[in-house]
Design a protein around this ligand. Structure first.
Ligand code: ZN
Length: 320
């Protein structure tokens, strides 16, 4: 149900038209005596909240519930790092009571948000240092973020459920401050969401305790927080999913993978599996899909993370 809602919001964004405009027309019409309705004025009173991309959309749906009017900037199936904003999206951000984003994921969003009406989820958690590959010249750090926008931490915080729980709590406080009339409802839903994420965190901890292997070789280096939380080691082939790795990087990863007995190279839905397949065949490994959740999965955040856990348990030979 929520996903149908999100898709229609995204379609509205793509068309550049006008779900919000429609709502505005509706409330304008309510001033005429013939078409006024309580429902119209109630929905136009909801604070508009913008979520930058899928994991933040999911979190805002959980915590904001039906008290907010939610728009997502990144349409399903779009790799979020490269997002460019249209005029409509920039005005959505300007009009929103709150924009929920993570600084360093989408430079266009970083530039568009106003400090007092935005929540940078990375500020709610302890971040890890950005990964650097000496071999990768002209990495995203320069081209995508721009020299002055370069951030020093890894922005993929949503792949650790315990950090997501912390973000949920903080988001509840920010929404409560933005919409005082529903403050308790935001805080209650935030507490419930944090508890659900805590349960997911326990499932990961238990499921990844007893494993034959501890090294994850991933196509796109997005799983640093998951590795940090569950005591695994991530070796990413590339930092930027759009960049082809250098032969030097590939042979370095192959060497590590062989030395650490890696049997599976992880790839992801939005990135061509070619590089991972070449590497896997070089070292006699298989490939499997691990979802970095940068775009909406077929289920939701929780089900996709549970699928990731199963994939990891199989690939790493875990018995938990
Ligand atoms: Zn990423």
């Amino acid at each position: 149900m929520m996903s149908g809602f999100s898709r229609s919001r995204a379609a509205g964004l793509l068309a550049g038209a006008a779900l919000l405009t429609t709502a505005a027309c509706g409330s304008g019409a309510a001033e005429t005596p013939t078409s006024g309705s309580a429902q119209t004025s109630a929905s136009s009173a909801k604070p508009e909240v913008v979520a930058a991309f899928y994991p933040l959309q999911w979190l805002t749906e959980q915590v904001g519930g039906s008290d907010v009017q939610l728009t997502t900037l990144t349409a399903p199936g779009v790799e979020p790092h490269d997002l460019e904003l249209g005029v409509k999206q920039v005005s959505d951000i300007q009009n929103a009571a709150l924009t929920v984003y993570i600084k360093g994921v989408q430079p266009a969003v970083d530039d568009a948000v106003a400090a007092d009406k935005s929540f940078d989820a990375a500020t709610a958690v302890t971040t890890l240092a950005a990964v650097e590959h000496a071999e990768e010249e002209g990495h995203a750090g320069e081209e995508e973020h721009g020299p002055e926008e370069e951030i020093s931490y890894d922005p993929h915080i949503w792949l650790d459920p315990s950090r997501m729980a912390t973000v949920a709590t903080k988001l509840g406080e920010r929404l409560a401050a933005a919409d005082a009339a529903h403050a308790q409802a935001y805080k209650d839903r935030a507490a419930q969401t944090a508890a659900t994420l805590g349960t997911l965190d326990q499932e990961f901890t238990k499921g990844l305790t007893t494993c034959k292997a501890k090294t994850l070789v991933t196509a796109h280096e997005a799983f640093g927080y998951l590795a940090d939380r569950y005591k695994l080691k991530q070796v990413g082939i590339t930092l930027d999913p759009e960049t082809e790795p250098s032969p030097a990087r590939l042979s370095e990863v192959a060497k590590i993978a062989k030395a650490e007995g890696v049997t599976t190279i992880f790839t992801e839905a939005l990135v061509s599996p070619k590089v991972a397949e070449v590497l896997a065949s070089q070292i006699g490994a298989k490939t499997a899909v691990l979802d970095p959740l940068e775009s909406k999965p077929s289920g939701d955040y929780l089900s996709a993370m549970r699928d990731n856990l199963k994939t990891l348990q199989t690939a790493l030979g875990c018995t938990g």
